[in-house]
Every structure is written in C-alpha cells, then in structure tokens.
Design a protein. Structure first.
Lengths: 134, 433
C-alpha cells in the first residue's frame, strides 16, 4: 500500500521549481517520494551530498527550537535554496530544494499546503494507533 | 438568500487538464438548484503543460450546462473558501433570478487596446440593453504583460546590455504592435472601459502565468484566447460595491522624473540623470546592487507613487533596461515619491478594505489582488484568506492573484494600482438609522 505522505511529496515534486523534497529529521530521511531519489530533478545530483550534510546541521537548530515555535528555516547554498517547513512541536520538517532564483512566494503557498496535508495524515495515523486494541 | 441567489465555489487540484476541468465544473454546480447564470474559471499556468487549456475547457464543458456564459483565464494563484493555492483551478458559479448577464471579448489588446475595448464593451451593452435591473457590475479581465526573450539572456527582468536595451526600447512599439510582447496595457483598457460604461461598478484583474511573464491565457466560453480582454457584465437587483486599498506608505524620498519615453512607459531620466543609477543613489544602494538575482527581493519593496492625469498610481517597477526603468502603466513625468511596504501594512490594507463593507451582508464576493503580495507574504497569505473568510463567512468568495488590478465605481474615481486589494461584494446593504 502506498504511503499517503509519499503521495503528497510526489505531488509537490511535480512543480517545476521543486528539485527535491522529503520529510526528514536530523540524520534521517523519514519519507521520500514514491520513486525515492530517482524522481529528484537530475541537476540536484551534483550538490546532493553537500546539501544533505548542511541539512543535518540545520536540523540541530530545528531540534533546539522547534518546541519554542520555530516554524520555517531556509539557507542558500551555491545556486540552490533549501526550505524547511517544521511540523509543529516536532523535530521533523518538510524539506524542499529549489533553484535560488525561484519565486519563493509561490512555492511557499504550496509548501504550506503540503505541510498541512502531511500534518493531517500524521494526526490520522496517530488516532488510528490509539484506537487499535493492543 | 431570499433573492433566490445561489452561489457555489468549486476547485480541482488534479494534474490532468481534462479531469481537472470536469472536477472544477462538477464541484461548482453541485449545490445549485438552477443552472448557473455565469461561470468564472481561473487556473494557474500548470495546465499549459498537462494537457493544455483547451482540454481544461473541454473538461468543464463535459459537465457545465451548454450556453452558460463563461469567462476567466490564468492567474498566479487564488484563494477561496477552501484555502490558498498557487497550483490548480477554481470556479465560481452563480444562479439568481434577479440578474441579467452578458459576456464580451476583444482581441489584440497589446496592439490596439481601444479597438479591443470597443468590441468587448459593445457586447456587454447589447447583452444587457433590455435589462430592467439598475445595479451594474463589470469584471474586466485583461491579458497581462509578456516578456520578450532576449538573445543570450533568455527571459529576464534586468537587461544590462546597452545595445540590447536600446534595441528593446526602439523596438518597444514594434514588438508591442507586431509580436504583442510587452506591457499588458490593462491600465489603458480599464480607463477606456470605465469611460464607456460610467454607470458600472468594475473590478480589474490581469492575466498572468507563474510570475515569469512568458504566457497567459484568457477563457471565453469554449475558446482559449491570448492578448485578449474578457468581460463579465451583470445587471442585478442586488446591492453591490467595490473598494480598493493598498498598504503602501509615502516615504520622505522624492525625486523628479525628467525624461520619459514617447509611449510614457519607460523612465529614462530621474533628476536629469540616467534613471537606474540615480534611483540606486537615491536609495543608497551599492552600485550594481539591482540585478536579476536581487530584483524580486529589493525593488518590489520600493514601489513608486507615479502620477497619471493627477491621480496617484502606486506601482512596482518590473523591468530594468540598462539605464532605464520600465513601468507597468502609462505615467506622467514630474515629482514622484518612493513608497514603502511591509507585510503588516499589507494586512492593514486588507482590514481597511473589509471594514468598508461593514454594513454589507455578502452573498458572494470576487476580489483581485497583486501577485507581488504573494511574493511578499509567501505562506503567510493564509492570514489574508482567514480574514477574508471571516468576512464572507459561509458565502463563496474568490480572490485571484494578478499582475495589475483596480476598481471603478460611479461614486469613486478609477483606481489602478499594484500591491492592492480590490474587493467586489454582492449582497444586501444594511440600512443605517
């Protein structure tokens, strides 16, 4: 059965300016799009390793401040920007890599929609877990 | 609603154009007991690549009752009762016994805006000539600016080459006439339309893609048009009103536009010096700070308060041509000032606009706003949606993100602005004692 969060990522990745996206936390990518890194735009391959290392450092900050209302972070590395949309009160974030010159305003709206959808799925999963008898 | 009005908002986020068309039409008319009097359809540019807009319209007409007047086009995004989106398609369908509707269109808006207005307005006048309803409304939706592809640079907002800038400025008229590439001329179209229909309340929206300014499309029944104006005219017994507000504040930075191009679209000199460098100096920006990379993060936060026929026209400067600055509308020379804008001021402008409708019970609303507001607020645009939603409550509303917008009403002067909120509401004006 397909992971509904992966479906949300698949949808996000269809936007031209989303070069890669995932749900992640420090040192761990929790959910990838259905085709894993194969569905990332090829241009990302050359910078993926360095971006991933930088991401882990950002997740240290997210881990530190997510409980105090840290909502979004981003950094620019070479010709790319990495956007982090933190799931409230967790150390997890929806992460997207976009071209540095992309219109971030338009992307931010769809990132927010995806964050909300994923939060809803997470909540439903949580509720299901609570109702399943041991 | 006691008038028998039914309004319903639909949308689709499907990627396939045909399926999205079907879904948006189905969800828009689902709760209507009567066939819609009109159908407004707005889409993001994405269907250009995922089946095309003709397929989107085919999908709509698979479901929509034949003969329903339909207009619309591409926008940078939209917000409505469901949320905020920069991908997808939305529609507003309205049925109402106390309402007459006509639609019109005119082609070649960039080449000959007056001719396009003449045709589109005459279709509205003819269509509503026998209406007995006194309150009149017009949605004026115009093809927006489209950028020329610069050899060696592609699609860009800053042209640094002196030769190429000179060529573009000299070819501006030719390009506008032959290729219909360049500014949208929506300000001229709106002004001409208001002159021809002075007793209408009007709202202006401008068609655009995802802010790249490469292609935009307009919809007229089952036709996909380019470089066109499409109008929706309504005569009704309902109350209606329109209002424009913007959050731009005058700064103490003033300067004088001393040289304009012949078509009054390009600022060549400020204070008798080349416009681009002088603007940078006035704003204390480092040399070469204004480039393609910084453009969207800098200049849009420094709109200028231009003048046209004595009216204030607050606009964002969209293109730099070597030493000159292109404006989105026709302007006059003389003393102008730099404006500043912030997220807070934008939200205040929305509050002020909604406040003007405080004695109004809305039945549905149609709003246009600027895509640069999306750039500024990003995902915080949900604040705009939440505030608009608390005004319209359960009644359908639709706000489209455009590239130039405005309103006109017989009581207020015409307003054309960037970074503004333009709200039209239909319903019942509460009587004040």
């Amino acid at each position: 059965m397909q992971d509904p969060i992966a479906n949300v990522l698949d949808d996000l990745l269809k936007l031209d300016d989303i070069l890669a996206c995932m749900v992640a936390r420090r040192n761990m990518i929790s959910v990838m799009p259905t085709d894993s890194t194969d569905s990332f735009k090829p241009e990302i391959n050359q910078v993926w390793d360095i971006i991933k290392r930088a991401m882990d450092d950002v997740f240290m900050v997210i881990g530190e401040y997510s409980q105090t209302g840290l909502g979004e972070m981003d950094f620019r590395l070479q010709d790319y920007e990495v956007l982090f949309y933190v799931f409230p009160d967790t150390e997890n974030a929806l992460v997207a890599i976009v071209p540095a010159l992309a219109n971030k305003g338009l992307i931010a709206v769809e990132m927010e929609n995806s964050r909300r959808e994923i939060c809803k799925i997470m909540d439903e999963n949580e509720k299901e877990k609570m109702t399943v008898p041991a | 609603m006691e008038s028998g009005l039914e309004a319903c908002l639909g949308m689709s986020r499907k990627w396939d154009a045909r399926e999205a068309g079907r879904e948006v039409a189905k969800s828009s008319i689902l709760n209507l007991n009567e066939p819609p009097k009109f159908f407004l359809l707005f889409s993001t540019i994405h269907y250009e690549a995922d089946g095309g807009f003709q397929e989107l319209l085919k999908g709509v007409w698979d479901v929509l009752p034949k003969g329903t007047p339909l207009i619309g086009g591409t926008v940078a995004g939209f917000l409505n009762n469901y949320g905020c989106y920069t991908r997808g398609v939305t529609a507003l369908a309205v049925s109402c016994p106390g309402m007459d509707v006509a639609i019109g269109f005119g082609n070649n808006t960039k080449r000959n805006p007056k001719k396009a207005v003449k045709k589109s307005v005459s279709m509205i006048k003819n269509g509503l000539s026998n209406s007995r309803y006194k309150n009149k409304f017009l949605l004026n939706f115009v093809s927006g600016a489209s950028v020329m592809k610069i050899p060696g640079q592609g699609y860009t907002r800053v042209v640094d080459s002196g030769f190429m800038s000179k060529f573009i400025m000299q070819a501006f008229g030719i390009s506008q006439y032959l290729l219909q590439k360049g500014v949208g001329r929506e300000d001229e179209i709106f002004e001409e339309t208001a002159n021809k229909l002075p007793d209408y309340h009007m709202i202006l929206g401008t068609s655009i893609d995802d802010h790249k300014g490469i292609n935009n499309y307009q919809f007229y029944n089952d036709h996909v048009l380019t470089n066109a104006v499409v109008n929706l005219g309504i005569a009704t017994d309902m109350d209606l009103d329109v209002c424009t507000t913007h959050g731009m504040k005058q700064s103490d930075v003033h300067f004088k536009i001393t040289k304009l191009s012949r078509n009054k679209h390009i600022i060549k000199e400020i204070n008798h010096k080349p416009a681009r460098q002088e603007l940078s100096d006035i704003l204390d920006w480092p040399k070469d700070f204004l480039n393609d990379k910084t453009m969207t993060h800098t200049i849009i936060y420094y709109p200028i308060s231009l003048k046209r026929h004595g009216r204030e026209v607050p606009v964002v400067m969209p293109f730099i041509l070597k030493d000159s600055i292109m404006t989105p509308c026709v302007i006059d020379d003389g003393e102008v000032s730099i404006l500043t804008v912030s997220g807070d001021k934008i939200i205040e402008a929305l509050d002020k606009n909604l406040q003007s409708f405080q004695n109004f019970t809305p039945a549905f609303g149609l709003c246009s706003t600027c895509m640069t507001i999306l750039d500024t607020l990003g995902n915080q645009i949900n604040i705009v949606r939440d505030k608009t939603s608390s005004f319209f409550k359960d009644t359908p509303f639709l706000m489209i993100f455009c590239a130039g917008e405005g309103t006109y009403s017989p009581r207020k002067e015409i307003t054309y602005a960037n970074m503004s909120f333009n709200i039209s509401a239909f319903g019942k004006q509460r009587q004040l004692f």
